[in-house]
Design a protein around this ligand. Structure first.
Ligand code: CMC
Length: 437
């Protein structure tokens, strides 16, 4: 091994006296990583790390995150700068390519995405197989998975051009699939995409326009949706992205791999948090108690209740996305004016935010409102139904998923994902005939 002592850690097996020097891999930014690949071969041990708390599952150059400092960067660009100056489609280009596009490249990319927004007409019939009350996320899992049936034979995943075409198709078609899941559940006619609209405008148009009258999306909503999509576009190796990588590691069809990612995102511990924020606000408004009562309940250790939309597993100082989106949320509520149908919910949210930001319990534990607190309120203010919140998240995250899939397929170190286990079951025993059991 050519590593100097400084670049290794030594692991000693006290039961046998054997030792192994494990190389330390240095990232371009962030936490050094111990390469344990030789461990089983040399010492005959696996490592145990449920939930991957200390395990890097791959090398990646797409997104950098530092939870202690509250840093999020796509391709090295701070999320604050991208949120201020960029657009969702430009961010998509950056995540896929690793570099920001020049004007010509962005124009070309925008044209390609705009030209792929239509769905195969046969896919329309697929929707009618779902019950009317199907959750839109169930429709998303099914329909995106079904895209693999339409594109399977055309894709050679070892061909970089084919991979990029698949990425473009997914980014382009997600808003149409997402909006149609809402239209179907509400018995509304499917609305076709329009090429003269921006990505966010097109989604709002397909969600809300009616054949009977003109619909122009509110520019405030278009801007807010674009921002929400930028902030949710990638978050390195989260559960759904890791699911897409693991599924794709068997060389599965990328549309099927992304469908697996959507399924993972659907869980309340992952993409469902903004929905929980609104459900909590509804509970508070419907109760006869005030915001302070719920704050006290969240602080009470004998009570399991937690303030939804506060705290974060990775961001321990602050969630940089929440800081960016907070102002948009406040501006949007101001723009809506008073006496709108959700006024009481919004007042309650602002009261909770105010009390929590000043309360010693929350301040000392760094329990600031996270991105989902604000994105939930913004989506509600835009008239987006609650069960579409995670669908919008999946639409935004598709570019992250497919960029990671593309990176994984190209990575010479990447192999089929196959975790080990710590077996706790029965020892070998003989089969017993059913009559004598
Ligand atoms: N309300 C009240 N107390 C809380 C909350 C909360 N929302 N979150 C954490 N705490 C307390 C917790 O009781 C503990 O107190 P103590 O030190 O006295 O025992 C301390 O803060 C640390 O909490 P933790 O459980 O160790 O923190 P964690 O990193 O395991 O949990 C979390 C992070 C996000 C699961 C948690 O903060 C939480 O449940 N928040 C509410 C749900 C939520 O908003 N989830 C969305 C997260 S963003 C998702 C995304 O980025 O995709």
């Amino acid at each position: 091994m050519s590593n100097s002592k400084k670049d290794t850690v030594t692991l000693i097996d006290n039961s046998t006296g054997k030792e192994i020097e494990l190389p330390i891999l240095r990232p371009s930014n962030g936490t050094p990583t111990i390469d344990v690949r030789g461990l089983y071969r040399e010492l005959g041990y696996f490592t145990y790390d449920p939930g991957f708390l200390s395990t890097a599952s791959c090398r990646s150059s797409i997104t950098f995150l530092d939870g202690e400092k509250g840093v999020l960067q796509y391709g090295g660009y701070p999320i604050e700068q991208l949120a201020k100056h960029s657009t969702f489609l430009e961010v998509c280009y950056l995540l896929l390519d690793g570099e920001l596009p020049n004007e010509k490249e962005l124009k070309q990319f925008t044209t390609i995405i705009t030209c792929h927004t239509m769905l195969h007409e046969a896919l329309k019939r697929f929707y009618s197989g779902f019950r009317r009350d199907a959750h839109p996320m169930a429709i998303m899992v099914g329909t995106v998975g079904a895209l693999s049936a339409f594109y399977h034979d055309d894709i050679d995943i070892r061909n970089p051009e084919h991979r990029i075409i698949a990425a473009h198709q997914l980014i382009a078609k997600m808003p149409t699939i997402a909006a149609w899941s809402y239209r179907y559940a509400n018995g509304l006619p499917f609305t076709y995409p329009k090429n003269n609209l921006s990505y966010a405008e097109n989604f709002l148009h397909m969600m809300f326009s009616m054949p009977t009258e003109e619909y122009t999306p509110d520019p405030y909503y278009v801007k807010a949706l674009d921002l929400i999509m930028i902030l949710h576009a990638d978050h390195e190796q989260n559960a759904s992205t890791s699911t897409v990588r693991l599924t794709g590691s068997s060389e599965a069809n990328p549309f099927a791999a992304v469908a697996a990612g959507i399924a993972s995102l659907w869980g309340p511990a992952h993409g469902g948090a903004n929905e929980s924020v609104i459900r909590m606000l509804v509970d508070i408004v419907d109760s006869d108690k005030d915001a302070q009562y719920y704050i006290d309940r969240a602080k009470d250790k004998s009570n399991k209740f937690r303030l939804m939309g506060f705290g974060h597993r990775v961001y321990k100082s602050h969630d940089p996305r929440a800081i960016i989106i907070r102002q948009t949320c406040h501006d949007l509520l101001k723009n809506l004016g008073e006496n709108n149908e959700y006024q009481e919910l919004f007042d309650t949210a602002m009261e909770l935010e105010k009390i929590a930001l000043e309360d010693e319990y929350f301040v000392s534990r760094n329990l600031y409102p996270n991105v989902d607190f604000y994105s939930g309120i913004i989506l509600l203010a835009m008239g987006i139904p609650l069960n579409m919140f995670t669908v919008i998240f999946s639409m935004s995250r598709t570019v992250g998923w497919i960029s990671h899939w593309n990176e994984m397929i190209q990575d010479p170190e990447s192999r089929i994902g196959r975790p080990r286990q710590l077996y706790n079951g029965a020892l070998p025993r003989d089969y017993v005939d059913i009559k004598t059991r």
